[in-house]
Design a protein around this ligand. Structure first.
Ligand code: ADP
Length: 257
């Protein structure tokens, strides 16, 4: 069974397609990379995968189940871009943020021993147990991203989806973050990564899809021609080519903590 099945999905904002006729199948345990120029529909496709947007046509299934039929929070762990706002405004401790991964499993109930165990285990797996009682706002960008990764691990997510997780994170922290992703993936966690850094995606992903509203490449990471320059997606006559819209979408696209 595929971990993720995207079948001929089209979605547009106000009738203008942002994602068109996209079909992708991600195998269980695969590390899958999604690349493409600004405004090519990457964030839109992620929002469709997370059930935040509904396709105009086509169908998306996670582990064989249509995304309309389950609570994405129980099955998909999401790591958004690093947000400077989050760091400043979060009065929560690391443990409290990681505990949020358990909420979808306990919509009405109190946490039990298995929840506490899952939280402890997630903190250890992501090597942040020593930070458990620190406030999120006191941590570096790289450490904050590890906390969000631990939140997905605590949720026992079957599919991990990351949107440019290390933008604004220094090189060393970035390398250790990707090392961690490789480790989680080798333990069986299916991973879908969007990143603007082609080199990083090629290095870590098994297969790559290059999006340019529709797919311009789908195949092994090793065969992806990185020298192909990204072309801007088609822009209709009379429309100004600003990528501000796409960037601001990214900036606002963070799951509330
Ligand atoms: P990427 O993540 O690859 O930069 P996006 O999915 O953010 O691309 O954007 C794809 C296209 O959809 C762009 O043309 C963008 O301007 C447009 N778009 C994105 N979000 C919205 C929105 N909320 N309303 C209208 N248009 C949008």
């Amino acid at each position: 069974m595929s971990a993720l099945e995207v079948d001929d999905v089209t979605f547009g904002y106000g009738g203008r397609p942002a994602v068109e006729s996209v079909s992708v199948s991600v195998a269980e345990g695969e590390f899958f990379g999604l690349v493409g120029p600004n405004g090519s529909g990457k964030t839109t496709l992620l929002k469709l995968l997370l059930g935040i947007l509904r396709p105009d046509s086509g169908r998306i299934a996670v582990f064989g189940e249509s995304i309309d039929e389950f609570n994405a929070g129980e099955r998909i762990g999401y790591v958004p871009q690093q947000s400077t706002r989050r760091g400043r405004t979060m009065p929560l401790t690391v443990r409290e943020v990681v505990a949020m991964g358990r909420y979808p499993h306990r919509p009405f109930g109190r946490f039990g021993d298995d929840d506490t165990a899952a939280i402890d285990e997630a903190l250890q797996q992501v090597d942040i147990d020593s930070l458990a009682d620190r406030r999120l706002s006191r941590l570096s960008g790289g450490q904050q991203q590890r906390v969000l990764l631990a939140r997905a691990v605590a949720a026992e997510a079957e599919l991990l989806v990351l949107d440019e997780p290390t933008v604004g994170v220094d090189r060393e922290a970035r390398e250790s973050f990707f090392g961690l992703l490789d480790r989680l993936n080798s333990q069986g966690l299916t991973t879908v990564l969007v990143d603007h850094d082609l080199q990083t995606v090629v290095e870590h992903a098994d297969r790559i899809a290059c999006l340019n509203r529709s797919l311009s490449y789908l195949g092994p990471a090793a065969e992806f021609d990185q020298s192909t320059p990204f072309v801007q997606p088609n822009i209709s006559v009379g429309e100004t080519a600003v990528d501000g819209g796409a960037s601001s979408t990214h900036a606002n696209y963070n799951t509330p903590l």
